[in-house]
Design a protein around this ligand. Structure first.
Ligand SMILES: C[S@@+](CC[C@H](N)C(=O)[O-])C[C@H]1O[C@@H](n2cnc3c(N)ncnc32)[C@H](O)[C@@H]1O
Length: 326
């Protein structure tokens, strides 16, 4: 192994990956410690989420609430999403047919979501892996991207955050807004049906303390522009929390998946680029973030990332799909 080879590998690893490798060699019990921490954070989050129980519904009866949920789940409605007949065959099943996102025990009944307890696990992992605690969400302005049926949004609100959530799929944004209204928290939770790419206007500038961005970046055609939009949306000192499908390799690579090859009923598809931790690290750096940490999360087989907006820094505009982005 030549010195050049070693240096090129070091250059391609994110500092987080490198430190992770050293720590794993030196601290074999760290995983045990992390597992305990994740479990205790999960227990707190689970308890907080219990507030969204039919006994706490406001201005709606349990029967009306159940009827409203049941009337949407499983319904296919391409028109409401604006798809024309001739483009339907190429669309994502999830965008056409209503699938529930995260598990929700409403007390008198439960709904099992496609993503099971991901909303709980994500926050428990973020607060275990990165310098952010559950208390840090209290009283903060949080931007929740790709909220699906609102599991993540409700959980963030239960931690005391004021949440602005978006989803590009109208029916999901409407459901998340309906849940917030039904539990009387619409003064702290706003949900809009819009794409992340529409959040590039001055009213988003320096608005949020935390951007919660799990499970979305690999669905995007232009992750760099998305990251820059989110960087611009953060206040100075604000942080971004990212989780993504990805590849477990040390180099700064992305796997191109594409959407055409995916079976319609597959739950693993509808993705453009799957980044490695090192690729995500570089993307976040390019977008302007500082104190970036990324890693391959062995237990979930996904990539995690954290970054901070330390100051206003520019971005190289060559080749950007939105050349006038600030
Ligand atoms: C895999 S789900 C993740 C849900 C949740 N964030 C989580 O991590 O569990 C991805 C969600 O992002 C939404 N989404 C995909 N592309 C988007 C975009 N460009 N803007 C806003 N939402 C988007 C999808 O409609 C879907 O609800």
């Amino acid at each position: 192994m030549t010195i050049n080879y070693i240096l090129s590998r070091l250059y391609n690893w994110s500092s987080r990956s490198f430190v992770g490798i050293i720590k794993r060699k030196l601290l074999p019990n760290k995983r045990l410690f992390n597992d305990r921490r994740v479990q205790s954070e999960s227990a707190i989050l689970r308890e907080r989420f219990q507030v969204y129980n039919t006994s706490n519904l406001l201005g709606i009866t349990t029967e009306e609430f159940v009827e409203s949920l049941q009337s949407r789940i499983g319904i296919s409605d391409a028109q409401v999403e604006g798809y024309s007949e001739d483009e339907l065959g190429r669309q994502r099943d999830l965008s056409i047919k209503f699938h529930w996102g995260h598990n929700h025990d409403f007390g008198e009944f439960k709904i099992e979501g496609e993503m099971r307890d991901r909303h709980i696990n994500l926050l428990a992992n973020f607060t275990t892996l990165f310098p952010v605690s559950l208390q840090d969400f209290d009283g903060k302005e949080v931007f929740d991207i790709g909220c699906w049926t609102g599991g993540t949004t409700l959980l963030l609100a239960a931690l005391g955050s004021r949440v602005f959530a978006i989803d590009e799929v109208r029916k999901y944004a409407e459901m998340a807004a309906f849940l917030a209204k039904s539990f009387g928290i619409e003064d702290r939770v706003t949900v809009e049906a819009r794409s992340i790419y529409s959040c590039n206007s001055s009213d988003f500038a320096c608005r949020f303390d935390i951007v919660h961005f799990p499970g979305v970046i690999y669905h995007l055609s232009d992750p760099i522009v998305a990251l820059r939009i989110l960087y611009n949306a953060l206040k100075i000192g604000g942080v971004i929390l990212i989780e993504s499908a990805g590849i477990n390799t040390l180099g700064p690579y992305c796997k191109f998946r594409g959407n055409k090859s995916v079976q319609k009923d597959s739950d693993s598809g509808w993705a453009w680029f799957w980044p490695s931790a090192s690729a995500l690290f570089r993307m976040m750096n390019e977008a302007g973030f500082g104190q970036v940490k990324t890693l391959w999360h062995v237990r979930s087989g996904r990539v995690y990332g954290y970054g901070k907006k330390i100051s206003e820094v520019g971005i190289c505009k060559a080749g950007l799909s939105v050349p006038n982005i600030s």
